[in-house]
Design a protein around this ligand. Structure first.
Ligand SMILES: [Zn+2]
Length: 202
């Protein structure tokens, strides 16, 4: 028994050193590295297995994952994917590239230069009562768009890329993107919130 105890302790220490308990799983790492080039395959509702994945709830990012080996690759590839000149978006959520983790990229139209930024464990803690309808589309629902009524102001709580906790008040179109992308982390599509008809792109 004494020996077993020692072995377990040794294994635990090894895991702690390697950061295994804080990293991505083997399956996640395989997805992060999969395919050729920087652009990742976007999961879409046109594929049955993809749509089941997209409907799942994503797990939180654990502290330390932002320093894990594959994190840099994932963030870089998510940004390349949302900026794909052939299929450009204004935001993307990790589950859309097959990683069921609470991580999103959003284009900050409210900042100079309109940069894409990464948010970990984003959570909308307050929605303004004031709403407005706006046109939305989604990389995972190709060829369609529709009108969704969204809060015009939100308060977002999240972890930045150093895993520091932050809170920010965001308004306008950028606030709509945050609402759309955080919905993906809970398996929700804009079509679930749409009031009118789903329209087909010309
Ligand atoms: Zn979407």
């Amino acid at each position: 028994m004494k020996t077993i105890g020692k072995i377990c302790l040794g294994t635990a220490a090894m895991f702690a050193l390697a950061g295994c308990s804080r990293g991505f799983s083997a399956a996640e790492r395989e997805t992060i590295r999969s395919g050729e080039g920087e652009i990742m395959r976007v999961l879409t509702v046109n594929d049955r297995s993809d749509s089941l994945t997209l409907r799942r709830k994503s797990a939180p990012m654990a502290e330390g994952m932002e320093r894990a080996d594959d994190y840099e690759t994932l963030r870089r590839r998510m940004l390349a994917t949302v900026r794909d000149p052939e299929n450009t978006g204004v935001g993307i959520a990790a589950p859309q590239v097959g990683i069921l983790r609470r991580m999103i990229a959003v284009q900050r139209f409210d900042k100079p230069g309109e940069p894409f930024e990464i948010y970990l464990n984003p959570e909308i803690v307050e929605y303004s009562a004031e709403t407005a309808p706006g046109r939305e589309g989604c990389l995972s629902i190709p060829g369609f768009y529709g009108d969704v009524k969204r809060a015009q102001q939100i308060t977002l709580r999240y972890r930045d890329e150093q895993f520091a906790e932050r809170t920010e008040r965001i308004s306008g179109f950028t606030a709509v993107i945050f609402q759309h992308e955080t919905d993906h982390l809970d398996g929700i599509f804009y079509t679930d919130r749409m009031e009118g008809e789903l329209l087909q792109k010309e």
